[in-house]
Design a protein around this ligand. Sequence first.
Ligand code: FDA
Length: 392
Amino acid sequence: MATPRYDAIVLGAGAAGLMCAAVAGQRGRRVLLLDHADAVGKKILISGGGRCNFTNIHTGPDRYISANPHFAKSALARYTPADFIALVDAYGIAWHEKTLGQLFCDGSAKQIVAMLCEEAAKAGVDLRCGQAVGPVDHGDDGFRVGFGDQMFTAPSLVIATGGPSIPKMGATGLAYDLARQFGLKVVEPRPALVPLTLGGDDVLFRELSGVATPVEARAGNAAFREAALFTHRGLSGPAILQVSSYWRHGEPVAIDFLPDAASGWLAEAKRARPRTSLAAALAAALPDRLAQVLAERLALPGELGALTDRKLADAEARLARWTFHPNGTEGFAKAEVTVGGISTANLSSQTMMAKSVPGLYAVGEAVDVTGWLGGYNFQWAWASGHAAGQAL
Ligand code: FDA
């Protein structure tokens, strides 16, 4: 039996693969879209608490982490949040801005998956799910891809199998295996947008499990002002997830517990209420349990009136730069995304095609481009999928 032949085979029917296949199909290409999962777009379905934070209106290259910060510019400029919003609007999907430019469906993430599936179906994409992919090789007749007990060929192959975060959702390292097979470099993948774990002295903070407060969190040169959440294993919440993408083992994470407090506020509090304790003064601005633990650790018992302004200034400085020493992260099992991936040095930023392997493309999270929390990762998946879809 002859091996069925397509113009392009796209591996992975997630956010980037669905977009890429639909765009190429709309341009008249015969596209085969393959996924080992029994259903498509599983991460889209669970994203944004089931409402899919599908883009961010503040999208720009500065919201992405990559060994080459310029790489994402071209694709992001050619397929913008406005383009995706236009598609969502064309399907009558209601949406709202939650906060910080993050756009969510009013209804359900299922609407986004249904929309992408319809776009692909309208474009004649041949979508097949639920079989193992492999082996993959390259010969005179182009790329040959095994799927279950069948074999398919095409002159173009798109790697859209994402990163290894959340294996429970069907994530695998196939993208990196294929990249290495074809001689592309892989920037060391690390879990990102992931809770941090605390040990040693910091372990005392675990008793605050469930307490959340707005902070400014810092790791390396990155700083984010959002909520931090104490957990039974360490630290989470948007501010921590954001800095986790920049954090490296062995480095501290600094937290400003009162980023809006004016300098000298504790001395002011002493003059206004000299009989009050440090814990009570802190509790005016922070959750009670957190105020209690911080006051204990600052070890300034008694009334504020009995403390020197110097001691209060030192306490203020510590509260503004409280240093945690995370002993790890909760790993790929809990990471929303992966930093690192297929090196951008090996890819064209215009088309996502491998410079050394004509016809081989990589898109989405598989590539070493990782967005901040807040819809940026889907926007990269749409934009990079679109760029490749236009080039196939
Ligand atoms: P994606 O992971 O979407 O798709 C990869 C596809 O490849 C999957 O269908 C998978 O089954 C398939 N595949 C994997 N290995 C395979 C193999 N060996 N053989 C065959 N097929 C294989 N982002 C955002 O912008 N807003 C948000 O609200 C959220 N929320 C969110 C919540 C949670 C819990 C997670 C885990 C992640 C998010 N994200 C997010 C991140 C976002 O989901 C992610 O960046 C995109 O889905 C990446 O799109 P891709 O298409 O690259 O990979």
